[in-house]
Write a protein that binds this ligand. Structure first.
Ligand SMILES: Cc1cc2nc3c(=O)[nH]c(=O)nc-3n(C[C@H](O)[C@H](O)[C@H](O)COP(=O)(O)OP(=O)(O)OC[C@H]3O[C@@H](n4cnc5c(N)ncnc54)[C@H](O)[C@@H]3O)c2cc1C
Length: 461
């Protein structure tokens, strides 16, 4: 079956924020688009789930950006309908709750005198060492040790990073941490904590963010609504083949349970996982590209949400649980983000388990995940087992691109191959295999659209 009467159109693969933002910009510029999304709803990782009278994100999603244009874009898309939320997070370590992001006064002195002395002296040692020879940072461990010292690395970074990534800190590329905690050093953190330092804020330290009242998925729903005024967004429809000839993408095949669509197109935007994209090419790419794709990995996520017969559990935005003995990685209470996320008199807790698809957690039955989560929250003193009235378990594939040391070589090989297709525009977090947050996902989608608009404006002249 063909869409748009076989007319050549702009095809967008993936209806997450990157794909929808691309679609939105294209539609505004009066370019015809079709969006194909494999899931039953749009939003991808930034969707909001409705479970009975409860709503929750796949792990709380705050929106923050330093880019004024992106900030305006999101606020306009939401038509000014958003809340401003104060961020208050904690990390649970050694049976104590510490402020997160780390406030040195709290982080250092909460450790006890001898550990504090060791942490400060380790930090000093690293600073002196860095003066005499620039650190050769290859792994996350190298970067954090040279910026914070080994004691703080071991206490605050090692276990959580290994929990998130599922690999040793020596195998995680420094690129991930250096960009994420860009500009943050113990010195900056100290100034922030002690003197309310008013210099350039780094994202990790931002203490306010905006949030749509009905969950982060409202941004995608609004984008979809705008696109659908004159164009199509097909959910439940998976792209399964990408046809090409002479370095030009000529069309895609997408399927749902009722139909198969063969769509010819002029320009193509892909925000679907990079590693899957190349395996859908027809003809297939050379073997070395397929091998490179097989070496890039994503980390998966299991989300367990407990609905509770309680007015409130915490006043926190997030609570981080780095310790190895506890399978849980992080929790949040949606009601603290917006009062509309739970019915009156009740609340919910969303628990995140970072895992790979062959792990026990991914494969555990739902009832075991519910009781495992309830037990851990009860052990933390947050809930009683009897508070739990219901639960909802979601398995989210490809939640995080894994930046293993050496990944860049494989990534570059794939990018170089894809670069030859001038009518293929890659966008988004899973699409570009980048640790993008919402703002970057949106920006990459809009950038892809703007490139197409420029290109098609020239060919229209
Ligand atoms: C637990 C967690 C918490 C996060 N918290 C925050 C936060 O607080 N703040 C923040 O800014 N960012 C946060 N992020 C990041 C944010 O979720 C992403 O940056 C953003 O959602 C990425 O959007 P995207 O469109 O690039 O990718 P995705 O959301 O991955 O969208 C890709 C889409 O493609 C679809 N797709 C895949 N294969 C196919 C196919 N074959 N055919 C058709 N469709 C297909 C998928 O279903 C998906 O909808 C978080 C991420 C995670 C995992």
């Amino acid at each position: 079956m063909s869409l748009n009467n076989g007319k050549k159109e702009i095809v967008i693969m993936g209806g997450g924020l990157a794909g929808l933002s691309a679609g939105f910009n294209l539609v505004r510029a009066r370019r015809p688009v079709s969006v194909f999304e494999s899931d039953s709803c749009v939003g991808g990782l930034s969707r909001t789930i409705q479970h009975g009278a409860f709503k929750f994100d796949l792990g709380g999603h705050r929106f923050f950006t330093r880019n004024e244009e992106t900030d305006r874009f999101v606020k306009d898309v939401l038509r000014g309908d958003y809340l401003t939320v104060h961020r208050k997070s904690k990390i649970y370590l050694r049976k104590k709750f510490f402020d997160y992001p780390l406030k040195p006064a709290n982080a250092l002195f909460g450790l006890g005198v001898s550990t504090t002395v060791r942490a400060v002296s380790d930090y000093g040692k690293e600073k002196i060492r860095n003066v005499f020879s620039a650190p050769q940072n290859i792994s996350l461990e190298d970067w954090v040790v040279s910026n914070f010292g080994r004691t703080l690395f071991t206490i605050y970074f090692k276990e959580y990073s290994e929990k998130v990534w599922g690999i040793d800190c020596k195998s995680i590329s420094e690129e991930w941490v250096s960009k994420r905690i860009e500009g943050l050093s113990l010195g900056v953190a100290l100034k922030n904590a002690l003197f309310k330092y008013s210099g350039r804020k780094v994202p990790t330290l931002v203490d306010r963010f905006i949030y749509p009242p009905l969950g982060i998925g409202q941004i995608s729903d609004r984008l979809k609504e705008e696109i659908e005024k004159e164009n199509t967004v097909k959910t439940n429809t998976r792209v399964s083949k990408i046809s090409h000839k002479d370095s030009v993408i000529t069309g895609i095949t997408a399927k749902n349970c009722a139909e198969t669509y063969d769509v010819r197109g002029s320009e193509f935007v892909s925000s679907i996982p990079l590693t899957r994209l190349v395996t859908m090419f027809d003809p297939l790419p050379p073997q070395d590209i397929l091998e490179a794709a097989s070496k890039l990995r994503y980390r998966d996520l299991v989300i367990v949400t407990l609905m509770l017969n309680r007015e409130k559990v915490t006043d926190l935005t997030w609570l981080y649980l780095p310790e190895k003995g506890m399978p849980l990685g992080r929790i949040h209470e949606p009601k603290n983000w917006s009062p509309h996320m739970a019915p009156e008199g009740k609340t919910s807790i969303v628990a995140e388990y970072f895992c790979f698809r062959d792990d026990n957690i991914w494969n555990a039955p739902d009832n075991e995940l519910t009781s495992l989560t309830a037990r851990q929250l009860a052990d933390l003193g947050l809930i009683g087992m009897e508070d739990v009235s219901d639960s909802c378990i979601l398995r989210v594939p490809k939640a995080y691109p894994v930046f293993e040391v050496g990944y860049n070589e494989h990534y570059s090989r794939i990018s170089e191959y894809l670069d030859r297709f001038k009518n293929l525009h890659i966008a988004g977090r899973t699409g570009k295999f980048k640790y993008y947050n919402i703002d970057h996902a949106i920006e990459s989608g809009r950038e892809a659209a703007n490139n197409i608009i420029r290109k098609t404006a020239l060919s229209r002249k």
